[in-house]
Ligand binder design. Structure first.
Ligand SMILES: *[C@@H]1O[C@H](CO)[C@@H](O)[C@H](O)[C@H]1NC(C)=O
Ligand SMILES: *[C@@H]1O[C@H](CO)[C@@H](O)[C@H](O)[C@H]1NC(C)=O
Ligand SMILES: *[C@@H]1O[C@H](CO)[C@@H](O)[C@H](O)[C@H]1NC(C)=O
Length: 424
């Protein structure tokens, strides 16, 4: 624990230093008309970032808070310039600053796409841009060339407050950021030198937080190869199925928020392979089919929300067992679907308020849909979901987790990274 705190304070120190050594008045050295040249930047990374930022800026069609007016000149890391961009010094690079975080929450920027922006800033570790309007697809997450891994302490989750980056009119200053930040992230010191010190309680993590945008189109089929740990895509207009490749995130994904989109198709069997995930929230979509039996492998899941979809069949016994001895489930929300029965083990969970099955088609339970509504759904043609094998092979990690301890621990909602960022 001592070691962990040291690593965090080192990093915050570095971040603050970065603010202090930012090149003051850099932009004023240049006439407004002059186009900054590579030698005007303290590092090649900053020059490359400059080119990417300017190209993105030229595509922005609406900027009601006039933030992009500050995106001029060569002083990307300055306090008053380049609102939304944060720099840091990375190990093995001397004192050279590079853009490590972009936080554009609530600026209501409109731009046709994020491709060519977020995926081309060289050392970006955190991109957080809720409440903007970036139409088009999700950036090529797989291509995100983070040189440095974003580390998030298990006990100190990455977490932003509304006032960070969301302040109207004011440009968030780096020094203020040092003081008020609740972004508890740290760069993996030593990653660059290959020594890669590991700190107890700290895991490698990457975050892509894009709630409340106007992202449309399908989730990339290769999403699962991105090694993302915190994926927040709530309140967009994403369509199509949850890709099967999602299963490849089994060692990295901690939280996934797909709430309130237009995702469709069957729940993929592979979703059940996410044995490290504490949050899986795909509520308010158009997902259909039964809950795959592989969901019994979700031994880390604490919050599972599939409310407001078109799911049917039985709420499986093995899923409800995850709230008992086999897992850590504290909130299983399946309301407003078309389930027709619950397994016996689920009954106690309904009573405890862990399982919400309101507004389904379950005979004998209160607060269900009208029979006519259920009959209408049942008579509709159904998407055929892949047949299920009766035997589920869970990843080894799930079995180990289950053997270790399945402790049900109710956590504060806002202690989850993705839920916390949802309300920024
Ligand atoms: C935007 O900001 C720039 C520079 O701060 C200022 O010159 C310009 O008048 C502002 N525009 C609007 C529409 O507020
Ligand atoms: C972030 O870390 C600081 C310092 O360790 C701690 O005081 C604070 O509570 C943490 N914030 C969150 C949201 O975890
Ligand atoms: C359970 O999850 C649902 C859906 O995310 C949420 O609306 C509800 O507030 C949660 N309940 C608790 C007690 O955390």
């Amino acid at each position: 624990m001592e070691e962990l705190h040291k690593s965090l304070s080192i990093v915050l120190f570095i971040t603050c230093i970065a603010g202090a050594v930012a090149y003051p008045d850099g932009s004023e050295l240049l006439s407004h008309k002059a186009i900054p040249q590579p030698q005007d930047f303290p590092s090649e990374q900053l020059y490359r970032s400059y080119l990417v930022i300017q190209r993105f800026k030229s595509t922005i069609t609406s900027d009601p808070k006039n933030v992009t007016a500050s995106w001029i000149g060569n002083d990307i890391c300055g306090e008053a310039t380049y609102v939304g961009f944060y720099c840091g010094v990375l190990p093995g690079r001397g004192n050279k600053l590079t853009v490590t975080a972009v936080i554009l929450n609530g600026y209501r920027l409109h731009a046709p796409k994020l491709q060519g922006f977020v995926d081309e800033i060289p050392d970006l570790a955190l991109f957080h841009a809720a409440s903007n309007n970036f139409g088009g697809d999700i950036p090529r997450v797989v291509g995100l060339g983070y040189l440095y891994k974003l580390n998030v302490g298990v006990d100190l989750p990455l977490h932003t407050q509304a006032r960070l980056g969301g302040r109207v009119g004011a440009s968030p200053s780096l020094s203020a950021w040092c003081v008020t930040t609740t972004l508890n992230f740290t760069f993996d010191i030593g990653a660059d030198t290959g020594k890669g010190r590991k700190f107890p309680g700290v895991t490698d993590a990457k975050a892509l937080l894009l709630n409340h945008n106007s992202l449309s189109g399908p989730l990339p089929a290769d999403l699962g190869y991105s090694k993302v740990s915190y994926l927040a895509l709530a309140n967009n207009r994403l369509t199509g199925p949850i890709p099967q490749s999602i299963g490849h995130l089994q060692d990295s994904l901690f939280e996934m928020l797909l709430l309130n989109n237009q995702l469709s198709g069957c729940l993929p069997h592979e979703l059940g392979m996410l044995t490290k995930a504490a949050v899986i929230d795909a509520g308010m979509n158009q997902l259909t089919g039964p809950i795959p039996s592989s969901f019994s492998c979700l031994t880390s899941v604490e919050q599972l929300n599939l409310a407001g979809n078109r799911l049917y069949g039985q709420v499986p016994e093995a899923l409800c067992m995850l709230a008992g001895p086999a897992g850590r489930l504290t909130n299983l929300t399946l309301s407003s679907n078309y389930f027709t029965s619950v397994a016996p083990a689920c009954a106690a969970l309904i009573k405890d308020g862990v399982l919400d099955v309101k507004n389904n088609c379950i005979p004998g339970l209160a607060n269900q849909r009208r029979p006519a509504e259920c009959a209408a759904f049942q008579s509709q043609p159904k998407t055929t979901c892949p047949p299920e094998s009766t035997l589920v092979a869970c990843p080894a990690a799930a079995a180990m987790d289950a053997a270790a301890l399945g402790e049900r621990k109710v956590r504060d909602y806002s202690s989850y990274v993705t839920y916390a960022t949802l309300h920024d």
